[in-house]
Design a protein around this ligand. Structure first.
Ligand SMILES: Cc1ncc(COP(=O)(O)O)c(C=O)c1O
Length: 496
């Protein structure tokens, strides 16, 4: 081996600069013209596979410049573009351009943010990001937390902390099977499916979930919550956790969080808020009141990769008392030399969550928060809400659309043909078929991307606007597209 090792993975300085500049040129052109592209090409998995090819594992290397030009084409011309101004599907935001650059910088330094000694500056930046996120939504800056991959992980991380805090101390040694009373937990029917994952994977079973019905406004019925807790206690169960939604996944409804907090306090239960989607709206002064009660929460899930527009992946678990995370996740094997002898306690993020080696997710969030400040977010989140309200009003005005719900930045609506007479159950079944087919057409068509929600048995089109590129013109055009395509699908169904 030569003294100056020429490893095959090394890229020399000049080549790196050249390829890097070319890539940045390609990316900036792409971002600048993203609104002229289709939201998706609608290519089938088979077509995509054909474009990708089916080469076997290469034995020899390829030139980096060639690789980048091929890969840029694959990704920029054959992807669904959630950065497109007419992408309103599920809850995935347009990614911040600064986040893309931050990810590049983070990869180059490659700090392992599991331990402070391996990532001194990155750990400090993550700590500051968590503090800023707490401040952003108006909870105590003394709260702690950790960046995770997204909403599922943020909620699961909190779930386990709740269990450690409220279970008998013997849980760690003896396991769930040896706990005297069955541990049960409460959430509304509108709760995201992560709760089922938690019940199954963490050994409680689906029967431990108490699905609390919602009122007509889709908020958890807190009277039924109180009664169910009372009944469980009477029957020898061990209630330990209640989950409130701060923007439910389908319609964006925020539960009555302060009422849930009071019930939790009275029964010594952990209060968790799933604000993965909606809680950033608490930054807007007019919406603050809607989130009253979050300051009482023991834990909160908040996803920067949703309404803070961070590129995937970035979720966050916030906890009122970080010691609960340490109690749940910390371990001290002999091969870790991560504690310092300084007077100051060392912050090692491996003790705060499920991961050990961890990437530097916080950087893209931290940089975007500084690029636009709190006021920039107030403006963008407020605009998203206003655009969603505009879509709802436009649907209400249109004779072929039915506006169904509007909360935060989620609007649901459905297409109802002009000549259509509601005639009971069969009519509703037809409208459901029509709207489902319409959604499939719209998703393939590439002009707009919506998802769906089923509300009181109605199959609805659902637009969730967490997009800093969307304008009023896009909303007007989307209404025209829905109606135009709705007519086509209706005609086609009638012909059948
Ligand atoms: C309220 C809520 N919680 C949790 C999640 C799960 O988030 P993720 O897909 O990032 O895991 C979602 C996703 O839409 C959500 O809306």
């Amino acid at each position: 081996m030569a003294d100056n090792r020429e490893s095959p993975l090394k890229i020399n300085k000049d080549e790196f600069r050249k390829i890097g500049y070319q890539l940045v040129d390609t990316i900036s052109n792409f971002m600048d013209t993203i609104d002229e592209k289709p939201v998706t090409t609608g290519e089938t998995p088979r077509q995509i596979q054909k474009i990708l090819g089916n080469d076997s594992l290469p034995e020899q290397g390829t030139s980096v410049s060639e690789l980048f030009s091929k890969t840029s084409d694959l990704l920029l011309n054959h992807s669904l573009l959630n950065g497109h101004p007419k992408f309103f599907g599920y809850i995935t935001s347009s990614p911040t351009p600064i986040g893309a650059l931050a990810d590049l910088l983070a990869s180059v330094v490659n700090p392992n943010v599991g331990a402070n000694i391996l990532s001194p500056m990155a750990t400090a930046i993550e700590k500051q990001t968590v503090k800023w996120l707490a401040e952003f939504i108006g909870i105590a800056p003394s709260s702690g937390g950790i960046l995770v991959s997204g909403g599922n992980m943020a909620n699961l991380t909190a779930f386990l902390a709740a269990r450690t805090a409220k279970a008998p101390k013997s849980l760690k040694e003896d396991g769930l099977g040896n706990i005297e009373s069955e541990m049960v937990f409460y959430c509304s029917k509108a709760t995201h499916t992560w709760i089922e994952k938690a019940a199954v994977l963490f050994g409680h079973g689906l029967k431990a979930i108490r699905w609390i019905p919602t009122n007509a406004d889709n908020k958890m019925n807190t009277e039924i919550l109180s009664q169910t807790i009372y009944d469980d206690l009477k029957n020898g169960k061990k209630p330990f956790l209640v989950i409130g939604n701060a923007g439910d996944v389908s319609t964006g409804v925020v539960d009555n969080l302060s009422a849930i907090a009071t019930i939790c306090k009275a029964n010594d239960l952990w209060f968790h808020v799933d604000g993965a989607y909606g809680i950033p709206a608490a930054v807007i002064p007019q919406y603050k009141e809607l989130f009253n009660g979050i300051e009482e929460a023991d834990s909160i899930a908040l996803d920067p990769h949703k309404w803070l527009y961070a590129p995937l992946e970035a979720g966050c678990t916030l906890v009122k008392n970080p010691q609960h995370l340490i109690d749940t996740y910390s371990a001290h094997p002999v091969y870790y030399n991560f504690s310092s002898n300084d007077e100051e306690p060392t912050l090692n993020y491996y003790e705060y969550g499920l991961q050990n080696s961890r990437g530097f997710r916080a950087l893209k969030v931290w940089m975007a928060l500084q690029q636009v400040g709190k006021n920039g977010y107030i403006e963008m989140i407020g605009e998203n809400i206003a655009l969603s309200q505009m879509l709802f009003e436009e649907a209400k005005k249109h004779s072929e659309l039915e506006a169904v719900t509007q909360n935060l930045s989620i609007t649901t609506l459905r297409y109802v043909p002009a000549d259509y007479m509601h005639d009971g159950k069969d009519g509703e079944t037809y409208l459901n078929t029509l709207n489902e087919s319409l959604l499939n057409e719209l998703q393939k068509g590439g002009e707009v991307f919506l998802s769906n929600a089923v509300i009181s048995d109605k199959y609805c089109l659902r637009a969730c606007i967490v997009n800093f590129r969307t304008s009023r013109k896009d909303i007007q055009e989307v209404v025209e597209i829905i109606v135009r395509e709705g007519r086509k699908v209706h005609k086609a169904l009638l012909r059948k």
